[in-house]
Design a protein around this ligand. Sequence first.
Ligand SMILES: Cc1cc2nc3c(=O)[nH]c(=O)nc-3n(C[C@H](O)[C@H](O)[C@H](O)COP(=O)(O)O)c2cc1C
Length: 209
Amino acid sequence: MTAEKRALLLVGSPRGIGHSTSDRLGSIVLDALKSRDVDTEKLHVHAAMDSPTALESALAAIGAADTVILSLPLYVDSFPAPVIAFLERIVQQRIGAGRARVFVIIQCGFPEKEQNATALAIAERFAAEAGWSWLGGVGLGAAEWQHKDVALALAPLAEAIANGTAVPQPVLRRAMPAWLYRFGGNVMWRLAARKHHATRSLRARPYDS
Ligand SMILES: Cc1cc2nc3c(=O)[nH]c(=O)nc-3n(C[C@H](O)[C@H](O)[C@H](O)COP(=O)(O)O)c2cc1C
């Protein structure tokens, strides 16, 4: 790939750049693209949706990119609402149609990567409606808790992304066994209940008749 190639990372978490798992994972791929002589840029979707000026300049950046990496958290089996609104604008205005290629990273709180299947299908549908080439996507479970393994699995994907070819699925170990997730989750709920003086209400069923 030559130096004129441009890749844009869209971070779709309200936690934003520098604070979100979406940024951390997307940046692994973006940095790997940079080391392959691709010009790179990063944008926060929620900030772009904050004002008409920010939105116009974000859409212009997308129009100038060959490759878009969309990295976002799973929200209720779908995308955060500002990301949906942003993607709808892209489709309406035909931004990048016939030119842009997209690779999607979706990660969720639960440990099973399969939780992301519906959202990945939504992303692929978006690509078809926008007229963008679909390079593929990856769904990760509990990526917040995995650092080294995820970095080792994601960075090599940049090769296919830079070449514009279908991206192979990374091989990743499951973040943690189910029993450990349940154990950790229960500990966290109990600590939160203690903090809010609600330990006795943990098993309350206020809507039971
Ligand atoms: C409003 C909301 C909805 C969520 N919905 C899901 C969900 O449906 N399934 C899931 O496994 N995790 C869900 N999560 C957890 C996030 O996907 C997870 O914490 C993610 O790592 C956050 O990434 P970020 O740091 O990039 O924002 C949800 C979190 C929030 C705040």
